[in-house]
Design a protein around this ligand. Structure first.
Ligand code: ZN
Length: 248
């Protein structure tokens, strides 16, 4: 067994072959192991990709840290109910007695819960299809948004469907960049006077941003800010107007 690495297809010589560049910093290993050929698996696009698998492991790792964080008794009732519903509250107590690592145990439990919710047979990360993996990732991302679970990386990099992620951030008033409590930043201001009670907001373009990131937009400008974070605002629909209590 060696190391699994992921490459980028660079040049395709039609009907002949292609070259792949594999970013790999430990090139001394190639000498050490005397490697002059590598095996390539050409993914047909239907199975989970390595990047999706990495996202799932990163999310599960952050969720595990949150589940196990000291001070569980200070959790809100809603959080406890969710944990209970997902079988995680019970898991916190039995984690020390399982044969799995904490992350594996929580991943299995969350997978089971997800499969029940969407009514599919339990899957393993080795054979899950792309569509299911995509939805599972975004479901985990939403869970982090809803509960404000601290993550090591911005969820913009972890989500599969950025629109779905930003939507959840608006609904739960979380900054789409850093996850802190957010205000709704109006990318396009509508009408005169800016009084939220009298203006219609349906279809308005917004971004959920914390104070710090809101200030950054002011400093560098909207276009540069969006490009820097690869953020695209979303347009308010009726549901979001209702949640925000903004006039439709
Ligand atoms: Zn922020």
């Amino acid at each position: 067994m060696g190391i699994e690495a992921e490459g980028i297809v660079q040049k395709i010589a039609k009907d002949e072959g292609f070259t792949v560049f594999i970013p790999f910093s430990e090139t001394y290993l190639l000498d050490q192991w005397g490697v002059d050929t590598v095996q390539v698996i050409i993914n047909d696009g239907r199975e989970i990709s390595n990047s999706q698998r990495r996202k799932i492991f990163a999310l599960i790792s952050d969720i595990t840290d949150w589940v196990k964080a000291p001070g569980n008794n200070k959790r809100t009732r809603a959080e406890k109910e969710t944990l209970h519903e997902m079988g995680l509250l019970y898991m916190i107590e039995c984690l020390p007695y399982t044969n799995y690592s904490d992350r594996d145990a929580i991943r299995k439990q969350l997978t089971m819960h997800y499969c029940q919710l969407v009514d599919i047979a339990p899957f393993s990360l080795s054979n899950i299809d792309v569509a299911t993996a995509t939805d599972f990732i975004d479901w985990l991302v939403e869970m982090c948004v809803v509960h404000g679970i601290p993550c090591l990386d911005t969820l913009l990099n972890r989500c599969e469907d950025a629109g779905r992620y930003v939507y959840a951030c608006v609904a739960h008033r979380r900054c789409a960049i850093c996850g802190k409590k957010a205000d709704i930043h109006e990318v396009e201001t509508v009408g005169m006077g800016n009084n939220r009670r009298t203006i219609h907001h349906l279809g308005q373009l917004v971004e959920p941003l914390c104070r710090e990131h809101h200030a950054e937009v002011g400093n560098i400008g909207q276009a540069e800010f969006d490009a820097k974070y690869h953020l695209v605002g979303i347009r308010l629909d009726e549901n979001l107007c209702d949640i925000l209590k903004w006039k439709k």
